[in-house]
Structure formats: C-alpha cells, structure tokens
Design a protein around this ligand. Structure first.
Ligand SMILES: Cc1ncc(COP(=O)(O)O)c(C=O)c1O
Length: 481
C-alpha cells in the first residue's frame, strides 16, 4: 500500500534534513536522566529564566495589568502596583482593539512599532521608520520569514558563520537552500576574516551556487565574540560588492562583557558609510525580548527592521505576516517595554536599573569564571566570552578517545559530552551541532547557571575532564593552539 501523506517515508525531505542540535541527542538523554531522578544542569539553551533568573519587576507589573484589566478598576490597584506601571498598562491597552485577547495588525501594534523605531533612532543616531519594522513571535520567526523569501531553490546560497547558531542551518535546510559556510578564526578570538569570506563565496560559485545573503551574529552564538565597527564596515563593503543582503542577528546586543568593543549595530555603520552603500545594501536587523537582561524567552517577542528593501518587498512581507494573522500581543508589550524602559525620575526607575545592572554584572562575572575554569582544564582551551550567553571551549581529544567514540558509533564530541552528562549531570551541546573545522572538537555551554553554583559546576567539569584525559591519553603534553 502506498505510504500515507504523513508517514515518515513520504514527508518532505527538507523536513527530515533539517537538524536542530540544541535539542538533539544530548538534550534527550539529559531529559531521560532527569526522569530517572538525576540532577541535571541544563546549559544547552540560552534560556535564563529556566536557570533561575528572576523576571524584571516593572515589565511583569505592566503585562499583569494588561492581562487582567479589571485590576485597573479596583480601588486598591495603587496599593499593589506603582503609578507608572498603571499608566503604562493603560497606554498599551489603549493601543489594542480589545486588549491582549484581540489579534493586532499582522506587523504588530503601530504604537509599539513606533516605540521600536524611536529606540533605534536613539541607539544609532539615524532615522528609523516604523513602517519598516515588523514585530514577530521571537527573532526566530523573522529570520525564517526572510530566509523563506530569499531562498528560491537549492542553488540559492546563504553565507553563514561557522560555528553558527543552528536556527540558520536548520531553516536553510527546511527551505531547500544551500548553506555556504565561512569560518570564524578561533585563534583570533573568533574574529571574522574577510579573506575567508572571499574564499567561501568563490568556492560556492564554482559549484554553481548563487550566494544571495550573508548572516552575521553579533555578539556571536556560540562563539561569544563582539564585532568591531571596522569589521562590520568591511562586511558591508563586501555585501555591496558581492550584491548580498545582510541579515544582522543582533539579539545579544545588551549582553556585552568587555569595554573595548561595545555593541554597534550594522544599521548604524551602514548609515555612517554614506552613499552609495547606505542606500544600496539591503539589511534586515533582528532583536528579541529573549536575551539581554530580560531573558523573557517564553514570551516569544521579537522584531526585524528592513533597510533598503523596496516597498513591493515590504508589502510581500506584510502579506506573509498576515498568514499567521498577528504576532503574540503580550510579547509585543514586552518589546515595547524593552525598547522604552522606565526613565530617570520615573517611580520604577531605580528598581528597574538596579535589577538590570545586577543581572548584567553577574553575567560578566560568570563569563570570567567559566572561561578561567575551562582554561584550567587539561587539553581544554577557551576564548573569553566577550558577549552573548555562551562559552565554546575547544576540547583536544586524544586519539584513543576518538577511537573509542568511533567504536561506540558516536561523533567524538558527542561521545565526550555524553560521558560528561552521565558523570556530572551537566548538559551541553557538542560543537558538531554548530559546525567546526574538521578534526577540531568543542562543546557549548551557557554562562547562565546561578553564580553561586558556578564554582561547583566548574570543579565538577574539571574533575570529569581531567580524569577523561588521563584515561584516554597515551602521552601527555599536547601543545595548545
Ligand atoms: C543568535 C540567535 N538568534 C536568534 C535566537 C532566537 O531568539 P528568539 O527567542 O527571539 O526566537 C537565538 C536564541 O538563542 C539566538 O541565539
């Protein structure tokens, strides 16, 4: 009998090809162990609240009032909520056509898109048009929407940094395009060398691939590097010369842990470059409420801003957004609050500022503890996490460990990460899930476990790692990179 349409063998091949490592074999095994009662430290997803981060008070107050508008009519509301939260809830409810239970415009509430545009203008010092900003259910949905529009067939290529966040590889596979990798330089703190870009594009072209867009992740996931303004300028020039659209994934723009390279947006650099580039390079920039000191991953709120896209394309994007009617309305309010937080002088300002500062400062300390911890381990080298939420140490696996992995039918870094999980309960993602150079192995962990737990986690990692190396090493003294 012919297979039924939803039988595995008759599914769209692109669905089967699309792999998402962050919730792959390691995550499944960790979930199993958890069911068996083992304590698991989930460091596989950048999901801060799942690791104990407390939500910021002010945005939750505002959204609570928007969700339960009858509280606004309660004579005691002022005892429970500060006046600026009440005012802000009233402000947002007035933008909706029936509160949070009603669909909004498919591009998001116009008032919130205006707040986003004002934020971008303040941040970059250049105008931003709310008509070119679409609110989405997390940045991921916006990335998928734009990649869907760019990829026409398997000869359409997208330049993606390697190591990369698997949203990109998975989505390109799902839409049947070709991922064109460009390698980040681990020995240069995961910097982006324009020579590597040129090489990647010419190799792809020699295979008949039409490279149409380039992705940058700044600050990087999983690699944690921050791009300098000069580097972004080179990238934009490259996109101009090569006729590529640039997708700038800037979801970690608040997560910066060093002072030498503050975050600069691709939009700002593009505008600074002046004509003709500033009017020619097509740029789509992404942001989210999931990261930064907000960490509101479960709310699913994001936006993208389109620069130098034709009005016809912007209309097509509107049509595509309309298919799913409306982005989450509560998440849109989180976005409004993120881009327009309490200001000095507001009743909630001091508390908001103290809460956000505490989170960011702790993340900065945790980035340091983790990097130092990894670098104290045998055969492990790790670049400092300059930004984002991850540490991506290189694990120099001895040949005997690689052989043992092969015998066990596992990719070597998967083998190592599984053993780490079984021994310590630390759930990481093997580097092969993000792409890495042939014969080089990594793992990715978030820097999100609670700060007071960090020393113990790193001690337990070191104990496991050093015993693993002892077990598999023929001889000592591997040279470091
Ligand atoms: C680089 C990068 N882009 C996008 C996303 C997705 O964010 P969102 O929760 O807004 O969909 C993530 C999530 O981890 C990410 O690391």
């Amino acid at each position: 009998m012919a297979p039924k349409p939803l039988d595995y063998e008759s599914l769209n091949e692109n669905v089967k090809k699309s792999v998402y490592a962050v919730r792959g074999e390691l995550y499944l095994r960790a979930s199993e162990l958890q069911k068996e009662g083992k304590k698991i430290i989930f460091t596989n997803v950048g999901n801060p609240h799942a690791l104990g981060q407390k939500p910021l008070t002010f945005p939750r107050q505002v959204v609570a009032l928007c969700q339960a508008p009858f509280l606004l009519d309660d004579p005691n509301v002022g005892l429970l909520f500060p006046a600026d939260a009440i005012a802000r809830a009233t402000h947002y409810l007035a933008m909706t056509s029936g509160g949070l239970g009603a669909y909004s415009d498919s591009r998001g509430l116009p008032g919130i898109r205006k707040e986003v545009a004002e934020f971008i203008e303040r941040r970059d010092g250049y105008p931003s048009d709310p008509e070119l900003i679409y609110l989405t259910d997390g940045a991921s949905k916006g990335v998928m929407q734009i990649l869907n529009a760019i990829i026409r067939n398997n000869k359409d290529g997208i330049l993606v940094p390697v190591p990369q966040y698997p949203l990109y590889s998975a989505t390109i596979a799902l839409y049947g395009g070709s991922l064109v990798p460009y390698y980040l330089e681990e020995s240069a703190n995961w910097g982006l060398d324009i020579k590597n870009l040129r090489q990647s594009i010419s190799e792809a072209r020699s295979k008949g691939i039409e490279v149409r867009a380039m992705v940058i992740i700044n600050p990087g996931n999983p690699t944690g590097q921050c791009l300098s303004a000069a580097n972004i300028r080179e990238i934009l020039e490259f996109c101009y010369v090569e006729n590529l659209a640039l997708l700038a994934d800037e979801v970690y723009q608040q997560n910066i842990y060093q002072d030498e390279r503050p975050f600069v947006s691709a939009k700002k650099i593009l505008m600074e470059m002046g004509l003709p580039i500033s009017m020619e390079v097509q740029l789509v920039s992404y942001h989210t409420v999931s990261k930064g000191y907000w960490g509101e991953c479960g709310q699913r709120g994001g936006y993208f801003e389109m620069t130098n896209l034709s009005p016809e394309t912007v209309d097509e994007m509107y049509k595509i957004s309309s298919i799913s009617l409306s982005p989450n309305v509560p998440a849109q309010i989180f976005m409004g609050l993120m881009v327009n937080p309490p200001k000095p002088g507001d009743i909630s300002f001091m508390r908001f500022a103290a809460e956000s500062k505490e989170i960011l400062e702790s993340l900065r300390r945790r980035a340091r503890i983790m990097t130092d911890g990894f670098n104290s381990c045998r055969n492990v080298v790790c670049n400092f996490t300059e930004g984002a939420m991850y540490s991506f140490p290189q694990i120099r696996l001895p040949p005997k460990a690689i052989e043992a992995a092969k015998r066990a039918g596992k990719v070597p870094d998967v083998f190592y990460c599984l053993k780490l999980l079984e021994a310590t309960g630390i759930s990481t993602v093997p580097g092969s899930g993000f792409g890495q150079k042939e014969g080089v192995f990594h793992l990715r962990t978030t820097i999100l476990p609670a700060e007071q737990d960090m020393p113990e986690i790193m001690a337990s990692f070191k104990k496991f790692n050093d015993e693993f190396m002892e077990q598999y090493e023929h001889h000592r003294g591997y040279s470091r990179m």
